[in-house]
Design a protein around this ligand. Sequence first.
Ligand code: NAP
Length: 278
Amino acid sequence: MLLSTRAACVIGWPIRHSRSPLIHGYWIRQHGLDADYRREAVEPAAFADFVRNLSAHGYTGANVTIPHKEMALELSEPDDRARAVGAANTLWLDGGRLRSTNTDVEGFTANLDDAVPGWAQRSGDALVLGAGGSARAVVYGLIERGVARINVVNRTIDRANELARRFGPAVQPADWSALPGLLSNTSLLVNTTSLGMTGQPPLEIDLGPLPAHAIVTDLVYAPLKTSLLGAAEARGLATADGLGMLLHQAVRGFELWFGVRPQVTSELRKLVETDLTK
Ligand code: NAP
């Protein structure tokens, strides 16, 4: 019997910048699958129709990126993670049902598991910089892993307050001016802002007050080593970078569409690193 090629795609507008085809293409080759993963540039007005007819377009599932993640949530049956985060980045057809999840949650926690095993057991609070879409995934992941107190510092305090309303008393909103005073009891510092990204203003923090067992992680992956991660390394602190999260968040989608759970290998990391730096 001839089985037809299974295919998934990443849907966005624009979509040229996406590294997802590189990542999934590597795993398809590594596992010798008869499968395909493509880019689909779909403008906002056409998104609902495209997703409702995913199967007719030849797809068993899809990644969804800017600006469609909230709409993807509305059009699908979300799991707890996507619902809590308020955005879906991964869709799959399950019989006739279109289901969704948000893999940034496990991308964040799996990357920390890989880089700093036992990270969630270190004593102290988590300190999350930023209160945008990725901060919601990070906070949900921290709560899932039992972190009892998460201080959220954001330029616009209303957005930090909104995170506290969404996720409950584990989340403590704070103004940027409170940051220096929070560091000495911080065991995990997470940058979810776009500060430090190529073309954006720098993220300038004196990491001096952090305890020696603190871990620093940055969601920004361009540049690969942000100045925050450089400063943490210079202090001898454990770190986890944004590229690791990007790779780990892709694992679940591949498994859902193609039935194989892939590994984040050093070879894959090198491949994407080379692409990011060219
Ligand atoms: P977002 O929803 O637009 O949120 C941006 C955040 O950055 C907000 O908290 C915003 O504060 C803050 N911010 C922006 N400019 C600032 C400035 N000049 N000063 C202080 N704060 C500023 O974006 P997002 O989706 O959360 O993404 C944030 C970053 O994470 C991006 O660099 C993205 O590439 C990266 N990311 C990486 C991964 C990964 O897999 N590694 C996954 C998702 C996202 P206000 O609320 O005050 O505007």
